[in-house]
Write a protein that binds this ligand. Sequence first.
Ligand code: SF4
Length: 379
Amino acid sequence: MGIEAALYVHIPFCRTKCPYCDFYSLPFPDPEKIPVKEFLHALKKEISLWQPLVETYEFVTFYVGGGTPSLIPPAFYQELFAFLKASLNFRPEEATIEVNPEGLTFEALSDYRKIFNRISIGAQSFTEKGLKALGRRHSVDDTQKAISLARKAGFSNLSLDMIYAWPGETLKELEHELELLFSFEPQHVSCYELTPEPDTPLWQAIKRKKITLLPEEQIIEFFWLIHDFLEDKGFEHYEISNYAKPGYQCKHNLFYWQARPYLGLGPGGASFLENKRFKNQENLVGYLEALRQEHFPPRDEETLDAEARFREAVILSLRLLKGISLSEFKRRFDFDVLDYYGEIIEKLVRNGLLILEKDRLRLSRKGLLLSNLVFRELV
Ligand code: SF4
């Protein structure tokens, strides 16, 4: 048994770009034109290059995200999965595929199910008005169909993604969205506030005053409505933006939040192994070209010293609502959180942003809303 780690594969293809999205993905209105074979070949090469460097790890989670992984046919993943099994210590107990609701068939979902035991559906909104405001290609009907086909195909672990605070959203509409979301009985829900990322079309439209975001007080009210609604329905709010039924927290994402090792493949792949961080440059052409020549793709590399690893782990782990265990951090990093941050933590506790209870330090209700401010102090 090796050191447990997570494995991520980035699929950088979408049909079109959503106006709020700043993930690296390339638009392919005709999915037939996606260079599937070449991409699979490059991924296999990247795995082979990593293979001697990750022999001490055992990959226990697998996550295929994007982009839009469901644009790629199941045979691609079957081959990739078999190659991963043959090359690495790869025994995922949780294997997730991200899908968009449009264009899914029962046959494709049944084939995905042979590899993946968890599905994450990018529903984003449960009203036509919201989907239009977000510039999504699908309808609420598509989402409904996708969920029922996924269930029929055998996905018993289903996560829904939702974006709230889209322009013009009212409290009544959010309540309606939550009721509909709940009627689909997901095991996991991710709720993200619509955030204008620099240089996206959404950001530009806001700058040109073509779109107005909701006022801060309303966003806060939405945040707590979602929290109260989902907790009332038996979900645990376990990370700032994530809720799960008991036993269904996303094991893969917990690796990131607990600052545990992960390997990321593909042109958007990021890895954190031992004391090193790697980030592939987001450039499909450069990625394919380097791997054709049997080199690692162009990437940025950074070595973190013990102190930097500790500070990063504090910030990541505070995203979890249960916070961090002071004794565990002392054992893992040999730094005492309270001694190390001293005054800073005292101030955050005094200002009601952090709560210190016996061995645990966690965000307060106020801290959950102002988490960026807290993290800026601890960085
Ligand atoms: S489908 Fe997802 S990854 Fe693709 S552009 Fe839209 S938000 Fe971004």
